[in-house]
Design a protein around this ligand. Structure first.
Ligand code: FE
Length: 183
């Protein structure tokens, strides 16, 4: 796999495996396309739009099957995904994706409104992911160089769960992915 073909490989994974469900009312492909859509609408930089599109890629490249949270498995999809992404993309793409679960644990600790609005599936997976951050974990997370991006991405992630919503096709996002490729 090389930089020139990785985007095709990723789009292929969306096509072949994006119909997987994960306890939300949208499938993986719809969810990631919507997250990227909301990132673009918000005026996010290209690398963050790419990160939004790819943040759950770990769900498409591992093999644990559908609705894994129901089976009580913490698939650490954010690590699986980021390990894949960092081979081809700059940290501004891979790191917000790596931190999107940490960002949820952070927001649950600092923002009661955020917690109150979490989807049922997201509340269920929160326990498997370690629950809300402690005060010390909150402080550590705020020092991360990609803290701001991770929080923004998490907001787009949360928004991207709208049934039957039309978004641009994958190809629309190719330039953002290309902008995030490693030199
Ligand atoms: Fe997500």
């Amino acid at each position: 796999m090389s930089q020139s073909t990785v985007i095709d490989e990723i789009f292929d994974a969306f096509q072949r495996r994006g119909q997987k469900t994960y306890g939300e009312r949208v499938n993986m492909s719809e969810h990631m396309l919507q997250s990227a859509y909301f990132a673009e609408q918000a005026g996010a930089k290209p690398t963050l739009i790419a990160s939004a599109l790819l943040h759950d890629i770990g769900h498409l490249i591992h093999d644990l099957g559908e609705d894994i949270a129901d089976k009580g498995i913490d698939a650490i999809h954010e690590e699986v995904g980021a390990e894949y992404l960092e081979k081809y993309f700059v940290p501004a793409v891979s790191e917000p994706a790596r931190l999107h679960v940490a960002a949820k644990r952070y927001l649950c600790a600092v923002d009661p409104q955020y917690f109150a609005e979490l989807s049922a599936a997201s509340v269920q997976s929160l326990a498997l992911q370690g629950g809300p951050f402690s005060a010390e974990e909150v402080q550590t997370f705020e020092q991360s160089p990609f803290f701001e991006d991770a929080i923004q991405l998490r907001r787009f992630d949360e928004m991207g769960k709208v049934p039957q919503m039309a978004t641009p096709e994958l190809e629309h996002y190719r330039p953002f992915l290309e902008a995030g490729l490693r030199a």
